[in-house]
Design a protein around this ligand. Sequence first.
Ligand code: ADP
Ligand code: MG
Length: 164
Amino acid sequence: MNHPPILETRRLHWPDEAACAHFAQTLAAQPDIVHARLELHGPLGAGKTTFVRHLLRALGVRGRIKSPTYTVMEPYRVTGPSGQPLDIAHFDFYRFTDPREWEDAGFRDVFAQPGLCLSEWADKAHPWLPPPDVSLHITLQPDDTRELHLCAHSPIGQRLLTLP
Ligand code: ADP
Ligand code: MG
């Protein structure tokens, strides 16, 4: 797919997982999180699933949070900040190979409906995937800390990156 325009960027440093959790909590408190598409980029072990877990917890998901490595998608429903139901879909497209699955498994519908979509390995589902509001690029440093490069691709994304 054509890469979406980058409207704004931010860099962060996560010295440890607590910093990742803190950022997830800050993002979960943004009103725009309830209708956003986020892509998580970075190699295996970078911390994409870990970040999603912290974000889901901060949004009120209870119980086990599985990595959708085999199922491609894990759906969640929580009560959003305004008391309305919030649908969340966590995708891992690492094993996504069959474009028919996009239609058959209802992924197109999920992206068309209101809610929060979180995608790992989005590159494997291009060109079906609609453009994200925010892409997060995680780089693992030799000292096991993480560098974050955040890109806003839409006004929703810009608002999400306007963090305190
Ligand atoms: P990915 O989904 O990118 O393949 P995972 O989230 O499954 O990666 O694994 C990342 C691992 O790194 C986890 O074991 C997590 O506890 C650990 N970790 C250490 N520091 C951090 C950090 N700052 N942010 C995220 N994960 C971290
Ligand atoms: Mg993962």
